[in-house]
Ligand binder design. Structure first.
Ligand code: AMP
Length: 418
């Protein structure tokens, strides 16, 4: 008899990998508790209506990705495709508004009927975080700080990037939707059939389209930032200010709208270049108004979800690269070689993995070895640099090069590499 297989897009987590999952979960729980988040667990199955109302019926998730079925009495249920709507339902139903609990985390399986590929499954797992009742932009920045800090703690550092955007609010977004619609209608002939349909149903969804001609059309179109109201602008500026205050690196991506309808103002995504097409490790945003829409008190909310499988894939990738040196020293000439020899020992004492060229080879061949070593940074020291007390620092991923003071080397390299 043919042995049975797991359902397509659903996988077993075997012991070795499960250990890594446990480590990641424990790190998350430990960190989130420092910020005042408490665990909540909700059922995997909910009434379909919760997701239709909570996520939006013009979203990909609700339109085509939910596992929905009816019971014998004809009531429609769905496996949860995300956690925010469920957590809000639980908050309302259990009248948690009467307690002091406003910050929650949930770790567990989600279900979406998507085409499976690397980093994309039909049963996947999320680490979710939600904070209710705080309108101030400080929480937006803090929650993003917490997400990036979590990834840093488990060993994912320079491999991810935080992208942020503002989506306006119920006052200014409708105006932008109209402007976007008017623009897209003019280019209808160049858009894919899905986007043509989206123009009238929900034109913002076009920003999520992966078809190149649609992307190109949107790149020359209006962006929401230019149409948001004064309050949204102030909020966005404050978020960026607080992020900078907390030392969080970020990039504004004016085309990122996220797949769910409920976001207002802040939206963010954590992306990586290491996972191919599935480049989002996590994402989140603000959803003021959702709690009220779902029949609860009018409390603002903000949250994020990180994809467990993608974190594990990234960790494995990072681990594979963990034997690579941090820094490769390229030394040209007798004196620089001696000085570099000492610098290598000093940097190793500071905990950096340093590799250098011990032979007197040409710049070109040292460069080639530096490249092969996969060190993220090369330091180049020749006679000129030595006389000036500096080195050339080259970032190997993008080729950018600049001058760095030799007596400030460890400090600068720490901010660059950690
Ligand atoms: P979303 O709210 O859709 O942006 O999802 C948040 C995160 O969950 C994503 O950034 C992914 O890391 C993860 N995720 C979403 N869908 C899937 C999927 N089908 N398979 C694996 N991970 C997923």
């Amino acid at each position: 008899m043919e042995p049975l297989q797991a359902v397509k897009g659903m996988r077993d987590i075997l012991p070795e990998e499960a250990e890594l999952w446990r480590f990641v979960e424990n790190q998350a729980i430990e960190l989130f508790k420092l910020f005042g988040y408490k665990e909540i667990r909700t059922p995997i199955l909910e009434k379909t209506e919760l997701f239709v109302r909570g996520i939006g019926d013009a979203t990909d998730i609700v339109e085509k990705e939910m596992y929905t079925f009816s019971d014998s009495k004809g009531r429609s249920y769905s496996l949860r495709p995300e956690a925010t709507a469920s957590i809000i339902r639980a908050f309302i139903q259990n009248q948690l508004n009467q307690s002091q609990d406003r910050k929650f985390f949930l770790i567990g399986p989600m279900f979406r009927h998507e085409r499976p590929q690397k980093g994309r499954y039909r049963q996947f797992h999320q680490i979710n975080v939600e904070a209710f009742g705080i309108e101030n932009s400080m929480i937006d920045a803090e929650i993003m700080f917490m997400a990036t800090e979590f990834l840093r703690r488990i060993g994912i550092k320079k491999d991810v990037e935080l992208e942020i955007n503002t989506l306006g609010c119920s006052l200014c977004r409708p105006k932008f939707k109209e402007i976007l619609k008017d623009y897209l209608v003019k280019f209808e002939g160049e858009l894919c059939p899905d986007c043509v349909r989206r123009i009238h149903k929900n034109p913002l969804r076009c920003f999520d389209c992966k078809v190149q001609t649609c992307k190109d059309t949107l790149k020359t179109g209006p962006i929401i930032y230019n149409y948001i109201c004064k309050d949204c602008e102030t909020h966005f500026k404050q978020v960026m200010e607080y992020l900078s205050l907390l030392g969080v690196d970020f990039k504004i991506n004016p085309y990122m709208v996220r797949g769910l309808d409920y976001y207002v103002r802040t939206a963010f995504e954590i992306v990586t270049a290491h996972l191919g097409a599935q480049n989002a490790v996590g994402g989140g945003g603000r959803y003021d108004g959702l709690m009220k829409d779902l029949g609860g008190p009018d409390l603002p909310g903000i949250g994020f979800a990180l994809g467990m499988e993608r974190i594990i894939l990234l960790l494995e990738e990072v681990k594979l690269n963990s034997n690579n040196p941090d820094i490769y020293l390229i030394l040209l000439g007798e004196k620089p070689r001696k000085k570099g020899f000492l610098i290598a020992q000093d940097l190793r004492k500071e905990g950096f993995k340093v590799e250098m060229d011990y032979e007197e080879r040409s710049l070109k061949s040292q460069m080639r070895t530096a490249d092969k070593s996969k060190a993220p940074v090369a330091l180049i020291i020749g006679e000129d640099e030595l006389n000036q007390g500096v080195a050339q620092i080259k970032l190997m991923n993008n080729g950018l090069q600049r001058i760095i003071e030799l007596n400030n080397l460890a400090v600068e390299l720490k901010t660059l590499l950690r």
